[in-house]
Structure formats: C-alpha cells, structure tokens
Design a protein around this ligand. Structure first.
Ligand code: ADP
Ligand code: MG
Length: 349
C-alpha cells in the first residue's frame, strides 16, 4: 500500500521509530476520571502485525474497548505511546477530526449507520461527488465484496443484525482504510450467520492485505478467524499469541478458562490426581479420560447436553472436573469412575 504522508506523521516534533510492528503500544495506560478514577488500560505492551486479524479478548470491563479507542486515537494515553508505522497515533489534541486517517472504526451498535436511509446511500455517502462514475462503481464493488448487492435499495432499519453489520463494514471499507477496527462485531449477528460473515471478512483480509483489530468477550466466536490473540484482564494484557499457542499452552489460568473452559486446579487438587506441582494447573475438558470403575475415586455428578457431545461432571469431594463425552454413550449418574489426565498446562498465575 502507498505510504501516504497523511497516514504517518501528524506531530511535528515526532520522529519515526523503525523496526516496530504495524501498530505498536509501549507502556500504554488510560485512566477515566469519572466519579471514581478507573484505570481502564494499565501499562500494556503490544504489537499488531500488518495484514493479519488480531482479536483482543477478555471478560467485560477488562479494557478492550478502551484499548481499541486508544489505537484509533479517540482517547489519549496517560502513560506510554502508540505508534502506527512507527509514527505516534495523533489524538484529539493533534487533529481536528478524531480517528487516524489510515484506520476506520466500526463501533458497537451500528451508531454510524443512518437507519432510515437505503443501504446504497449509507455506503455511497462516504465518497465525494467529484467523480460520480467512480462513486457508483466503487459502491457497487463494495456491496459485492460484502455480499449485500441485493439489499442496495432496502432501508437499513429493515435489515437483520447480520445484514446491518455487513453494511457497517462496507461503509467502513469503501475508502480503503489500511486498518479496520471492530468492537464486538458479531454481537448482534445470529450464530447461524456468524461463520459466513467471519469467512467473508477473512477473505477480504487475504485478498487485500487489510489489517483488522477486533474486540470480543466470547473468544470461541473469533478463535477460527483470528491470526493473533491479545488477552486482557483487569486492564492488563496477560499474554499475546496465536490461537493455537494460547489454546494449547496458555500461561495463565484465565486464558485457559476463556479459550478452553479448562479445569483449573490448585497444587493440592492436582495432587489428588497424582500430579505433583507447585503451580496452578489447567486441564482441558478433552484431555480427561474416564472409565466406570467400582474402585474409582470420582462420582459422576451430572451430564449436560452440548449438542454433538455431552459435558460430564465428576466430583471427589474436594475437586470437580468437567470432561467431554464423545461419542455419546449411556453413563450412570451417581456411580464411581476412575479418571486419567492426558495432558495439562502449568500456569504463572
Ligand atoms: P471492555 O470493552 O473490555 O468491556 P471497557 O474498555 O469498556 O471494557 O472498560 C474498561 C473499564 O473502564 C471499565 O471498568 C469501565 O467501567 C471503565 N470505563 C469505560 N469507559 C468509561 C468512561 N467513559 N468513563 C468512565 N469509566 C469508563
Ligand atoms: Mg467493550
């Protein structure tokens, strides 16, 4: 992509730092001064690679939306700095119209859409009238990319959540930003349509080299589409890595629970399974094998229907373990089972 000066240096005193990822944050904090002071982002360090999908995941209130707004320049860091292509991201004090010129933010709840206007007008209105032919062809092209050409003449208000989200993305992409930021983009999209939308976004990234940063409180919904995950908890970034790395080798129990609904065990609890450790450990549900056994130390407490598998819950008094039953066979609740662990992760915290 062309190096536009407008997407780089805004701040006259700034010097470009080389050798950084496309977007880089160093020691970034943000404090809200409401009734009480809230440190929403606390001295975080992160890198976002060009042409990839990075998902910021974490429970509600962990600081994800604040971090996204800091990246875009809607909020100003109280400590540290964020750089895009090595240049400081300008904030309200540097720039009249908030938001980095090379980026677009699709906010939560379709705030930017005009619900009573047609889909076509919502998207076309982002282009100037200086070249009407281009305006028409570019709008058409963008509608096709998001697979909403057939909706062009409908009012946005009459669309489903998934269709509205496609319009919001089309509107954000028509001016070809280098980075697309999305806050909980699948919240209002029915589960059945999520996969298709995620795949279409994936294709756009693969075809155009667009960089995407998205926020989600439900990691299972973004696991399949993301190249990189940033895990947030209580305003901190706990860890960053590929979905595979963080799924199989999480450094924190929080990550294991978030991504894998992992069983988290104290060293004492681990000892009752014959695992000697001084750290907290995590055992994924799929890594627990069990067998009905009159000498077993666990009792089958509960069986929960999960669709193609069932979740089984075992207890031995001091410890409850959740495991996966697949293929589904009959198991008697209340009977004794022996339990073996195939693998586990050891945590820093
Ligand atoms: P998330 O997106 O992960 O749910 P947020 O970034 O929205 O989290 O919020 C992080 C913390 O900052 C929360 O404790 C929230 O209540 C607080 N917060 C967010 N926005 C504001 C604001 N405008 N004023 C005061 N506190 C805020
Ligand atoms: Mg949020």
């Amino acid at each position: 992509m062309a190096q536009q000066p407008s997407s780089c240096q805004y701040i006259p005193s700034d010097q470009q730092k080389l050798g950084l990822p496309l977007i880089h944050g160093a020691n970034v904090s943000h404090v809200f001064h409401a009734k009480e002071q809230v440190t929403a982002v606390d001295r975080v360090e992160f890198g976002i690679t060009a042409g990839k999908i990075t998902a910021i995941i974490g429970e509600s209130g962990s600081g994800k939306s604040t971090l996204l707004k800091l990246i875009y320049g809607l909020l100003e860091p109280d400590t540290g700095e964020i750089r895009y292509k090595g240049w400081l991201v300008p904030t309200r004090k540097d720039k009249l119209i908030p938001g980095h010129d090379a980026m677009k933010l699709v906010s939560q709840g379709f705030d930017d859409l005009n619900l009573y206007a047609k889909v076509w007008d919502n998207i076309a209105s982002q282009l100037p009238n200086t070249n009407l032919e281009r305006k028409v062809s570019k709008t058409q092209e963008t509608l096709e990319k998001l697979k909403i050409s057939h909706l062009a003449q409908q009012r946005v208000a009459d669309l489903s959540g998934g269709e509205k989200q496609r319009v919001a993305i089309a509107r954000a992409l028509i001016n070809e930003p280098e980075v697309l930021l999305m806050d909980e983009p699948f919240n209002q999209v029915d589960a059945a349509f999520r996969d298709a939308l995620q795949q279409d976004i994936r294709h756009i990234v693969d075809e155009t080299g667009l960089t995407i940063v998205l926020v989600s409180h439900d990691p299972t919904e973004v696991l399949a589409m993301s190249d990189e995950l940033i895990v947030m908890k209580n305003a901190k970034i706990l860890e960053q890595g590929t979905p595979e790395k963080l799924y199989y080798n999480p450094a924190h129990g929080y990550t294991a629970q978030l991504l894998a609904k992992s069983n988290i065990l104290s060293p004492q609890q681990a000892a009752s399974l014959g695992i000697q450790t001084e750290s907290t450990i995590g055992i994924h549900q799929e890594d627990i094998r069990f067998e009905q056994n009159s000498q077993g130390t666990f009792i089958l407490k509960d069986i929960r229907f999960r669709g193609f598998y069932k979740e089984v819950v075992f207890g031995n008094g001091s410890l409850t373990l959740h495991a996966i039953l697949h293929p589904i066979v009959y198991l008697p609740i209340g009977q004794r089972f022996s339990v073996t662990v195939d693998r586990y992760s050891t945590f820093m915290s």
